[in-house]
Design a protein around this ligand. Structure first.
Ligand SMILES: *[C@@H]1O[C@H](CO)[C@@H](O)[C@H](O)[C@H]1NC(C)=O
Ligand SMILES: *[C@@H]1O[C@H](CO)[C@@H](O)[C@H](O)[C@H]1NC(C)=O
Ligand SMILES: *[C@@H]1O[C@H](CO)[C@@H](O)[C@H](O)[C@H]1NC(C)=O
Ligand SMILES: *[C@@H]1O[C@H](CO)[C@@H](O)[C@H](O)[C@H]1NC(C)=O
Ligand SMILES: *[C@@H]1O[C@H](CO)[C@@H](O)[C@H](O)[C@H]1NC(C)=O
Ligand SMILES: *[C@@H]1O[C@H](CO)[C@@H](O)[C@H](O)[C@H]1NC(C)=O
Ligand SMILES: *[C@@H]1O[C@H](CO)[C@@H](O)[C@H](O)[C@H]1NC(C)=O
Length: 778
């Protein structure tokens, strides 16, 4: 250790006396909380931390949090000058402001099982219980949830079926807190820690929903007021739950709290971590260890053999919107399932039925006896037609809406209006109910309160408009929601799911997979008045949407894989999830987006989670921490930094190769492939497959298919060749290399993106990887 930060600060002060006045002038209020990140945990760093904190002469720094199990560092309130001085310390990798992140806010498992039928997968030998992943009651697997806490009284968390004691080696704890007594922990919830609100109790619902989706016990006849009725159960029904409450009741999570959660989860001995938060802003290019607590925490978890699953974000569908895109994370986008919640509109005088979707329990007559109007007809004198047709605030005239059902639209694309503000305007002006015309909102049914609401597509709205046009006294009613199954096509990539390419690194395809994330039923907190219709008891289960609902589907599947294949590394698990994913929907076509376009790997990654198939992938793209270290070198970190970040790098005396460049990331043994290709260029990348099938010899043949989005038919621009085209495996654990050669002709468009799939097939297994070719100039 050369200079400690105190001496650095003193030198800085001596060289620039104005700093003294500046820092003296900066009141404590001007100081911000910073995270000081120091790479992997090690005792030498603890003394470095102590020297940074205890500063003779200078202000002693009081750390708010210290990280020492899985990673090293602390958070503290610092002046900008202190932050800058600490950043120069040789043990410090980065110092960044402690920002706030937002959570990305069952039938789904059965649906995934049934999809098998459409995906040309040969059924596995041996019994697979329908609808969920095989997992034995003695499962010692622990999933850690970094979320809003848990409602321990939910039936989904009863410990029957699970062992009554935590698994051997478990180092976690059950922290008591407000309204959370240690008896809340049982054989199911084996650990609970909180970093906010003084309790691990969930007051928001999100954490409870997520935990029960991944690891909830089976609960028969679960429903949301008789909607979505069925058996609710987690993907890994016997996995244990460890709660890390880093997010508050308003679904906000501080970076410093999430890092503590990762640090503790690593020390406690979890096997899987599920985290579903993202920053508010659009993704920006930012080296992973500079300011991204999820990337940092996840790196250290994966280095210890823990798989980390994260939501991709809900701010789609624009390109390059994907969050949580570090290569060591399994990044999960959201899909629909084959179920819709119909709340139809019945028109008077034989006008027929208009299909609507929403969760509503209207207090209206079931016969169409209520007068119907639309926003523009009910316009307030001084409002614009556009504002009125969208039912914006103060745009409707009470005399024209009182006692009526009002049709509202979303023509103005005004970001400040949403279904709730529109319903408020209609209700405030004495309306009886609202029919919203909105192709996007329609697909994400939720409960929005007692005021009757349904949402119709613009196609269905044509019927409404012509009825209104030709009818003298138009009448209608909104029917209460009913559950409709077997909806086709499904799955579809939800509009809100974020899309690739990764802003940080186009040489890796993100998201990795999609999983059910639209209108999913799971356990809920027991006292949520907002989700409770008038005159009812609060629900035990609720229906919500988001990539944070998709994320625990994959976390549950990961626990099931780990249970079935205890020797699988996080890399093998990710490979199993990706290469077995479904690409075909329940009408036997390629999966589309909810706008009806064929989905590309930037929309769905490798495809829709296949929980059963992923238990037995046949082959895996295995990797080690060294591959991640090479990634860091290619990405731009130097040897010294990589050794600070990674304990493995330090223990191996790892050095970055001399020729490190981001394009080399394409060569890492990732289960998908992305290469940049200039006109007339040929690039060959290698991959290694490892045989994980326990039963006998398997040979595989490679096929290449182009497609995805509108890129079908670009085969004259590029050629993709797999060599060798056939691989024969004799023993479990056997590895074989193959090369993929990408060749472009002179006509390749530099702005073009070409998508495709490489599949290794035999009569039993399909091992499929998406690829992306990015046109480039050099
Ligand atoms: C915890 O809950 C149990 C059972 O409800 C109760 O008997 C006990 O007094 C509680 N302990 C505390 C510290 O509140
Ligand atoms: C629990 O802590 C002990 C002692 O620090 C450690 O050796 C062990 O590996 C930990 N267990 C797990 C599962 O991490
Ligand atoms: C229109 O007039 C109403 C009533 O006079 C008023 O409340 C409202 O704010 C006005 N709206 C606009 C957009 O000026
Ligand atoms: C309403 O009816 C008139 C006359 O029949 C027709 O010209 C107009 O296009 C109709 N408008 C709508 C929205 O259907
Ligand atoms: C790493 O380097 C140190 C000193 O340079 C040496 O003592 C140690 O044996 C090396 N470790 C390995 C795994 O090469
Ligand atoms: C892959 O290509 C490299 C050179 O690009 C070559 O050395 C190697 O033998 C090839 N491997 C296979 C399995 O074809
Ligand atoms: C690509 O090669 C063709 C044939 O050799 C040549 O005509 C063309 O100019 C080349 N294009 C580029 C961009 O180099």
């Amino acid at each position: 250790m050369s200079l400690n930060c105190l001496s650095l600060l003193l030198i800085a002060l001596m060289m620039n006396p104005s700093l003294i006045t500046q820092s003296a002038a900066s009141s404590a209020a001007a100081d911000k909380v910073y995270i000081v990140y120091m790479g992997s945990a090690n005792p030498a760093k603890e003394s470095a931390i102590n020297s940074m904190l205890k500063r003779d002469g200078g202000r002693a720094i009081d750390p708010l949090r210290t990280y020492r199990h899985g990673l090293s560092g602390f958070s503290a309130r610092l002046s900008p000058e202190e932050a800058a001085a600490i950043a120069d310390h040789p043990h410090v990798i980065s110092v960044f402001p402690d920002e706030s992140y937002k959570l990305l806010t069952s039938r789904s498992w059965d649906f995934l099982q049934e999809l098998t039928e459409y995906n040309d997968v040969v059924p596995l030998a041996g019994p697979i219980r329908p609808g969920f992943c095989t997992s034995s009651p003695s499962s010692g697997l622990v999933i850690g949830f970094i979320d809003t806490g848990i409602w321990p009284e939910s039936e989904s968390f009863k410990s029957e079926g699970a062992n009554s004691n935590p698994p051997r080696g478990w180092n976690g704890t059950c922290m008591a807190g407000a309204d959370f007594n240690i008896t809340a922990c049982n054989g199911k919830i084996i650990g609970a820690r909180h970093y906010v609100t003084g309790t691990a109790r969930d007051w928001a619902g999100h954490g409870t929903h997520v935990a029960s989706t991944a690891a909830g016990a089976a609960v028969g006849k679960a429903s949301y007021y008789d909607l979505a009725t069925g058996t609710a159960r987690g993907g890994s029904e016997f996995a244990r739950i460890a709660v890390y409450k880093a997010c508050n009741d308003r679904l906000r999570c501080k970076g410093s709290h999430m890092l503590s959660a990762f640090d503790d989860a690593i020390g406690d001995g979890v096997h899987v971590i599920s985290v579903s938060s993202a920053p508010d802003e659009v993704p920006s290019r930012s080296p992973y260890f500079l300011r991204d607590p999820v990337a940092i925490g996840a790196f250290h978890a994966v280095e210890r053999g823990i798989t980390v699953v994260a939501g991709a974000g809900n701010t789609g569908p624009d390109p390059a919107s994907v969050f949580n895109d570090a290569p060591w994370i399994i990044t999960v986008g959201a899909s629909t399932i084959d179920r819709v919640f119909r709340a139809d509109v019945v028109l008077g005088g034989g006008g027929g039925v208009v299909k609507g979707e929403w969760l509503t329990f209207p207090d209206l007559d079931r016969s169409p006896i209520h007068p119907l109007t639309d926003g523009s007809t009910a316009k307030e004198g001084n409002a614009s037609y556009l504002a009125a047709s969208d039912c914006q605030q103060d745009s409707l005239k009470r005399e024209k809406t009182e006692g009526k059902i009002v049709i509202c639209e979303v023509k103005g694309k005004d970001p400040t209006i949403n279904l709730l503000t529109q319903a408020n305007e209609v209700q405030g002006k004495g309306g009886l109910g609202m029919i919203l015309v909105d192709d996007v909102t329609r697909r994400v049914a939720e409960y929005s309160g007692d005021f009757p609401v349904t949402v119709v597509s613009s196609r269905e709205a044509v019927k409404l408009k012509s009825y209104l046009n030709i009818t003298v006294d138009p009448l209608a009613t909104i029917l209460p929601t009913v559950t409709v199954g077997n909806y086709r096509p499904a799955p579809q990539v939800s509009y809100f799911s974020t899309r690739g390419p990764s802003v940080n690194l186009p040489n890796i395809i993100k998201p990795d997979v999609i999983a059910p994330g639209v209108s999913i039923l799971a356990a809920w907190i027991g006292d949520d008045s907002e989700s409770t219709p008038k005159g009812r008891k609060p629900p035990s289960f609720n229906i919500i949407s988001g990539t944070s609902v998709s994320c625990p589907h994959v976390a549950g599947a990961v626990a099931a894989i780990k249970n079935a294949q205890p020797s699988f590394s996080p890399f093998a698990i990710k490979s199993a999830i990706m290469t077995t994913a479904f690409v075909t929907n329940n009408v036997g076509s390629l999966i589309t987006t909810d706008a009806g376009e064929e989905a590309t790997p930037y929309d769905l990654g490798a495809g829709e989670l296949n929980p059963t198939g992923s238990l037995n992938p046949g082959l895996v793209y295995e990797a080690t921490t060294t591959d991640h270290l090479l990634f860091l070198c290619y990405y731009g970190y130097d040897t010294a930094t990589v050794r600070l970040i990674s304990r493995v790098a330090r223990s191996l005396n790892f050095s970055c190769p001399l020729d490190s460049s981001p394009d080399l990331v394409s060569h890492l043994n990732y289960p998908s492939m992305a290469v940049r290709l200039a006109p007339n260029q040929t690039r060959t990348i290698g991959r290694v497959l490892t045989n994980v099938a326990s039963d006998g010899k398997w040979s595989y043949t490679a096929t290449v298919r182009f497609g995805g989005g509108s890129t079908e038919g670009l085969r004259s621009d590029v050629a993709v060749k797999v060599s060798p085209e056939r691989l024969c495996f004799t023993n479990k654990g056997e590895r074989h290399l193959f090369n993929v050669t990408f060749m472009s002709t002179g006509s390749v468009d530099v702005d073009r993106v070409v998508f495709g799939w490489i599949t290794w097939t035999n009569p039993r297994f399909k091992v499929r990887s998406p690829f992306v070719i990015l046109g480039s100039t050099a």
